[in-house]
Design a protein around this ligand. Structure first.
Ligand code: XIL
Length: 420
């Protein structure tokens, strides 16, 4: 166990801090005015956008006491050939989870659990602009280097998340000087970060959440900082730059709000498919579409043809599909009983996965977190954890690292995957 702990701290801070390198001129298109951007009076938003924004005003995180010092007895029977990792492999899938590498440092039981269960990891926040870019001039790769080191040591793949996201623009950039060339900075950032991990990344979430029809832009585009400052071609530019820097990483467009048979989500699906089609037509290097899969227990909407047809359309364009951020928000369930809530969460995973995994296009299944000890769904203040004294039970392991009914529902759904 001590070797594991040492490895996490092996990457020195100095080595991980890098100065901004020079960018070859051919990668910088001459400064194009961000044409085509329409400015409605008020910027629209939706629940997910608000929820995933950095929250100034949190509920205190639930206090679960110290993490267990070793894995509980319940984990013995789910190791090796009984793990998510092994079951997934049997069905042509890779199972994974998001995590914060810092949370592993003093938690050998969690390290062991991850090494047992997962074939792929994704840093929850450590590769976002806000984490990597303390200032205009600096990069801080301390945490992301540690994650790659940990994954490498355990022969676990890494999904890298994310190069371009509206909610992770550092304050210094949002309030940049008029003379800052944001387009150049954008290209340079992508090139630097992707090059650093070249050859070590299974897939990159190049662009995350670019569609928001409520923003009233052409093609359902979100009126994000990147859209406004780099221009409507920022998506294409990001993919081309990432591909130059690491031709082997699978490049992914990732988005939410496509899982349910509701009119709003049908509209989101149409816009995303049209975007993907345009990228394919223009030979933009794109390998996969990510479905975030933040779903709800007790949702009034069902999961069915909308999702199945969406996945089939992506498949027919020759792309892979990844379930990138699964979790089940159970805050709206009208009962407190833990067993009933756990059953409802498990059933929600099962219904979703039964539809999604029916397509051979789906290659990755990841949850957004490992244990209920740490989930963004507890971040609050009001959107996620509406009930401050009822921590969410959303993930495959509970706060003591025991497998929950959700674990078994996910594993069963994988086992029952019927590929046509
Ligand atoms: C979330 C993290 O889980 C939080 O810790 C952070 O405060 C905000 O971002 N969709 C995404 C993820 O693509 O990057 C978001 O992660 C969750 C929603």
């Amino acid at each position: 166990m001590s070797t594991r702990r040492t490895l996490l701290t092996q990457v020195s801070k100095t080595a991980a801090m890098a100065a901004v390198p020079q960018l070859p001129a051919y990668l910088i298109a001459s400064a194009q005015p961000p044409h085509g951007v329409q400015k409605p009076g008020k910027r629209a938003t939706d629940e997910m956008t608000v929820n995933s924004a950095p929250q100034p005003e949190h509920y205190p995180q639930p206090d679960f006491g110290s993490p267990p010092t070793e894995l509980p007895a319940e984990c013995k029977s789910i190791r090796g050939s009984n793990s998510l990792r092994a079951h997934a492999r049997q069905r042509g899938l890779i199972a994974g989870a998001a995590l914060a590498v810092r949370s592993l440092e003093k938690d050998p039981a969690m390290q062991e659990l991850i090494a047992d269960q997962y074939g792929i990891l994704v840093p929850e926040n450590d590769l976002k602009w806000r984490a990597l870019r303390p200032t205009l001039k600096d990069y801080d790769f301390t945490a992301s280097d540690a994650l790659f080191a940990f994954a490498g040591q355990h022969k676990i793949l890494v999904r890298a998340h994310t190069l371009v996201w509206h909610n992770s623009v550092p304050d210094w950039l949002r309030n940049h000087q008029p003379q800052t060339d944001v387009r150049q900075l954008f290209v340079e950032h992508i090139r630097t970060v992707v090059s650093r991990y070249r050859g070590r990344v299974h897939s990159w979430d190049v662009v995350n959440e670019a569609i928001l029809p409520a923003d009233s832009q052409p093609n359902g585009m979100r009126r994000s900082f990147w859209y406004e400052s780099v221009g409507p071609d920022y998506i294409e530019l990001a993919f081309r730059t990432a591909h130059e820097a690491d031709p082997r990483a699978k490049l992914t467009y990732n988005d939410y709000g496509v899982e349910y048979d509701s009119d709003d989500q049908a509209e989101r699906r149409r816009h995303i498919l049209a975007l993907v089609q345009r990228l394919r037509r223009d030979n933009v290097p794109l390998d996969a579409v990510g479905i975030q899969s933040h779903i709800k227990a007790g949702s009034p909407y069902s999961i069915g043809h909308g999702l199945a047809d969406y996945i089939a359309s992506i498949h027919s364009m020759g792309l892979e599909v990844y379930l990138t951020e699964m979790d089940v928000n159970e805050d709206d369930l009208p009962f407190d009983d833990v067993l009933r809530r756990d059953q409802a969460v498990a059933e929600t995973y099962r219904k979703f996965l039964d539809v999604a995994l029916a397509s051979p296009a789906v290659k990755l299944v990841l949850t957004w977190g490992v244990s209920d000890r740490r989930t963004w769904l507890n971040d609050g203040p009001t959107h996620h954890r509406k009930q401050p004294n009822r921590p969410q039970r959303s993930l495959p392991f509970d706060a003591q690292y025991r497998p929950t009914p959700a674990f078994f529902a996910i594993r069963d759904a994988i086992d029952h995957r019927l590929l046509s």
